[in-house]
Design a protein around this ligand. Structure first.
Ligand code: ZN
Length: 319
């Protein structure tokens, strides 16, 4: 059996996990993220593949400075999320084909009792259900960290940062863990896949914080708007100064340069806004109804500002 993973599913896992464990967060505060896979089993009975169509981030561990290990604390919201995702999938003749979680900074494997128990619970409903374990450091550094101190670090090549597992016998808790083959679709080459995924890690680290997302993007957009406005105001003052000094012949040249600068600034902001929009796919399911409309309102402010830009530039040229 092979697991088929589309690019966007892979990116969802990378982004959702890196959001809670990256260079901007102190290592001792790195948290695991987990979620589920939706998809279907295809092929003949004895030789079926698992086609994943979507990955849904559900929850992250709760940080507790006094705890030895951080824990997943399931809330009602998380149970409701899972039920809603399952219902949506069912309407498309799809179902839960497994689960995924991160091991931020440590070996990818089914560790301890919890990982095996969860995997078993999915496999008891669907024997082909899989468990994917991702570690962003494995992807960034292309190495497998040792399971035990003193063991050698294994060098990897073109590795996506994860492995997929299942239990050989879904009816036996003590069953062997086996690795499952997979294929990631949507990239030109394995090299390109790793490069793009590593670039996504950088974007997420810088621009997709774990908390206070609405405040973060609101500050960003308001900052861009006020800088744009002060750029326009500065241009106007400069042009008036030129006229006062009798250097009116320089106005059109200066205005052209200012327009170019403003256009560049708008284009840069546009790229960042596209990122914000794509990051909405990487939110935990329970965040979506609260965060997405609030972010849309914020982005609307920028659209309004840009909507009035041509008029403002035309005003400037009439000075
Ligand atoms: Zn684990």
């Amino acid at each position: 059996m092979t697991v088929i993973i589309p690019k966007e599913v892979y990116f969802t896992i990378v982004a959702a996990c890196v959001r809670f464990a990256n260079k901007k967060i102190p290592r001792e505060r790195w948290l695991e993220e987990c979620g589920i896979f939706i998809g279907k089993n295809v092929g003949k009975k004895k030789d079926q593949d698992v086609v994943i169509t979507a990955a849904y981030p559900i929850m992250h561990e709760t940080y507790d400075p006094n705890a030895v290990v951080d824990r997943y604390v399931w809330s009602d919201e998380d149970y409701i999320s899972t039920t809603m995702i399952e219902d949506e999938a069912f309407a498309r003749n799809e179902f839960v084909v497994g689960w995924w979680h991160s091991h931020p900074g440590f070996k990818v494997m089914l560790s301890g009792f919890g990982d095996r128990k969860t995997t078993l619970s999915y496999q008891s409903l669907n024997p082909l259900a899989i468990a994917l374990v991702f570690n962003h450091e494995r992807l960034l550094r292309q190495i497998e960290l040792p399971g035990r101190q003193g063991d050698p670090v294994k060098q990897l090549k073109n590795d996506p940062g994860f492995k997929i597992f299942r239990l050989e016998d879904p009816n036996n808790e003590k069953s062997n863990t086996i690795e499952v083959k997979y294929r990631i679709e949507g990239f030109e080459s394995p090299e390109q896949m790793v490069l793009e995924a590593q670039k996504l890690i950088i974007d997420i680290t810088n621009f997709f914080p774990p908390d206070n997302l609405v405040e973060f993007y609101s500050n960003y957009i308001n900052g861009r708007i006020s800088k744009l406005n002060s750029q326009l105001l500065g241009t106007e003052e400069y042009l008036r100064t030129l006229l006062r000094k009798g250097e009116g012949h320089r106005v059109s040249e200066v205005l052209e340069q200012q327009k170019k600068d403003i256009q560049k600034y708008v284009a840069e902001t546009f790229l960042q806004i596209e990122k914000i929009k794509s990051f909405m796919n990487y939110l935990e399911y329970k965040e979506r109804t609260r965060v997405i409309p609030a972010i849309e309102d914020i982005l609307h402010l920028w659209d309004e500002t840009i909507g009035g830009l041509d008029e403002k530039l035309a005003e400037l040229s009439r000075i």
